[in-house]
Design a protein around this ligand. Structure first.
Ligand code: PEP
Ligand code: MG
Length: 598
């Protein structure tokens, strides 16, 4: 069966899984040149002289209208039971009222004679541009959120047609980049999928696309998308990152089968979210989730996590115009704990530095940021500003939840002793002031620097549990920047040097009766589950969406056989040998139980 279509395939990055088939609707944000606002009508930038107060009034009205629209969407989502999604609008509203944004726009209007729409766009770009030009996905996401918020204010000022106005039939939206507020008010049945030239998988917009099940491919490039006509048929696969232009009937039929299989797979995974995480021979492996947002904590609950293994507080603070104070932090920790009542929540103290930057806590320029001022080093050098308020907020949140504390980027035992003294101090202060708090909670060390792995026995004696941060442990062991594509071939979790350090940590912790969790990305890879169980890891803290597959992998594992595998792997001399052994152990494809059931 061959039709006359001449299909072609565009390849980007898969950002939200699912299949979408439908006509393209090209959406061009007016006056916004793709990734980064650039003013295209410089000659119309200036207002009439003497009208500054009117322009500022217009700006105030547009900000108030944007705020009201966001509140309305927030309330609608709350009413639909999508509490976590509604939180995104809360943080967008915080950006809307960012003093730096407003003050700069007002200065441009009053001092430089600019018109309100251009002034707010320039003020937004002033904030977003330095962040968006880095390789850091978190900063890129923050920059995208600023641009999204500013774009909405601008639309109120110039009364442009929105995507919701343009989308009159079900379509796949093709755009350079798309902020959350640009598509959130579009009726869901008309938004089949998103094909974007730019974008970052961790932008709020993409978190929401995944959460709402809107198949999305990003990073397709402006040149490729420019060739697409409005109305041309597209078949988009948000799992492989491919967009087929003018698909043949065979392609469409094939993708419809894939879509049905995906739906069945998802339903089967969901059905098994409460199955016990026990190996075939009865060993219990605790499955936890990593979280840095309320949405992730909610997803953790949805997918059956037994708690939060690592709450990356720096991500929780990302949308905030200033570093949250003790009260604000308390509210954030309580909000996360409320998503998983009765479950342990391991809160990690602030881990900025390296590739993680908080706009609310600017860091000095360093020639080796990964080896510089980051993690607990910052907390300890500014206890009054960073560590003590954070510890107090955690102790207070612990009054109503099972809060545990973990310390990032520990290099030496002395650092742990210093934190323990500060924790006692914070606790003493709260008790003396009569503030409700828990007893001093369990304190753990994140082992992610080789020095910490080598003195894991001393650390185990000093604290209550160890948590292996494999993402950083790999980069520091192999001297290989985790963000640098040029050395990505060296960044290998299965390198014997990495595995031997992990084995050392587990053995040392168990010798002192301490449990070990692993919370780097290795924990989310079901092909490594058997090896990690065989090596003795007690708890795996995964990306929430990975939980069902890791659970299936645990249930498919024989712990006894996995221990034999681990013993053999720890004798291996190189990566290839490790891979052969793992392959020989058993199939790396994990089957989901109950697949095909109704
Ligand atoms: C790690 O390094 O493995 C880890 C969990 O911390 P992060 O990825 O936040 O640096
Ligand atoms: Mg780390």
């Amino acid at each position: 069966m061959n039709d006359l279509s001449t299909e072609s395939v565009l390849t980007g990055t898969a950002a939200a899984p699912g299949i979408a088939i439908g006509p393209a609707l090209r959406y061009r944000q007016p006056a916004v040149a793709g990734h980064g606002f650039r003013l295209v009508q410089a000659e119309s930038r200036y207002r009439e002289t003497g009208t500054a107060h009117l322009e500022i009034q217009r700006l105030d009205e547009a900000i108030a209208a944007t705020d009201a629209a966001m509140r309305e969407t927030e309330a609608r989502l709350q009413a639909e039971g999508k509490g976590a999604e509604s939180h995104i609008f809360e943080s967008h509203r915080a950006l809307l009222h960012h003093p730096g944004l407003y003050d700069r726009a007002v200065t441009l209007i009053s001092k430089a004679g600019w018109r309100a729409p251009d002034a707010i766009v320039e003020a937004g770009e002033h904030q977003a541009s330095p962040l968006g030009d880095t390789d850091n996905p978190y900063l890129k996401a923050y920059a995208a959120n600023i641009r999204d918020v500013v774009g909405q204010v601008r639309r109120f000022l110039v009364r442009e047609q929105t995507l919701a106005d343009l989308l009159t039939r079900p379509s796949i939206v093709v755009a350079d980049d798309l902020g959350l507020s640009e598509w959130m008010d579009v009726p869901r049945e008309r938004l089949l999928g998103l094909a974007l030239a730019a974008g970052g998988t961790t932008a709020h917009s993409m978190i929401m696309a995944r959460s709402l099940g809107i198949p999305t491919v990003i990073g397709l490039g402006t040149a490729a998308l420019r060739t697409l006509r409005d109305g041309v048929m597209l078949a988009l696969d948000g799992t492989t990152g491919q967009v087929v232009v003018a698909p043949s009937e065979e392609t469409i039929a094939h993708l419809r089968v894939v879509a049905a299989e995906l739906a069945e797979h998802q339903a089967a995974m969901y059905r098994q979210r409460d199955l016990p995480s026990i190996t075939r021979d009865g060993q219990h492996v605790v499955l936890l989730a990593n979280a840095g947002t309320v949405i992730e904590a909610q997803a953790a609950r949805e997918w059956g996590a037994a708690g939060i293994g690592s709450l990356r507080t720096e991500l929780l603070f990302l949308g905030q115009p200033k570093l949250p104070d003790e009260e604000e932090q308390l509210a954030l920790y309580q909000a996360i704990a409320a998503e998983l009542p009765g479950c342990p929540v391991t809160v990690r103290t602030l881990d900025v530095g390296g590739d993680k930057h908080l706009p609310s806590f600017p860091l000095p320029r360093e020639s080796n940021p990964f080896l510089g001022w980051r993690g607990i080093r910052i907390g300890l050098s500014q206890p009054e500003q960073i560590l003590l308020p954070q510890l107090r907020a955690m102790l207070r949140a612990g009054a109503d939840a099972d809060v545990r504390i973990v310390l990032p980027m520990v290099t030496t035992v002395s650092e742990v002793r210093e934190v323990k003294a500060l924790l006692q101090q914070a606790h003493g202060e709260l008790v003396a002031a009569g503030v409700r708090c828990c007893a001093v909670p369990r304190l753990g060390v994140m082992v992610e620097i080789p020095s910490a792995a080598l003195v894991a026995d001393c650390l185990a004696r000093e604290c209550d549990f160890l948590s292996i941060g494999s993402n950083d442990l790999i980069q520091y062991t192999l001297a290989c920047d985790r963000t640098n594509q040029r050395v990505a071939n060296l960044y290998q979790p299965l390198e014997p040097a990495v595995l031997r350090l992990i084995a050392n940590v587990i053995e040392a912790a168990h010798r002192y009766g301490q449990r070990v969790s692993l919370c780097g990305e290795m924990a989310s890879d079901p092909t490594l589950t058997a090896l990690l169980i065989g090596m003795g890891v007690d708890e795996l803290s995964c990306t929430p969406m990975a939980l069902p597959l890791v659970r299936a992998a645990v249930r498919a594992t024989s712990a006894a056989k996995a221990r034999e595998l681990a013993q053999a792997v720890l004798q291996a001399a190189c990566l290839d040998e490790v891979q052969v052994l793992i392959h020989t152990y058993g199939p790396t494809e994990v089957e989901v139980e109950g697949e095909g059931e109704g």
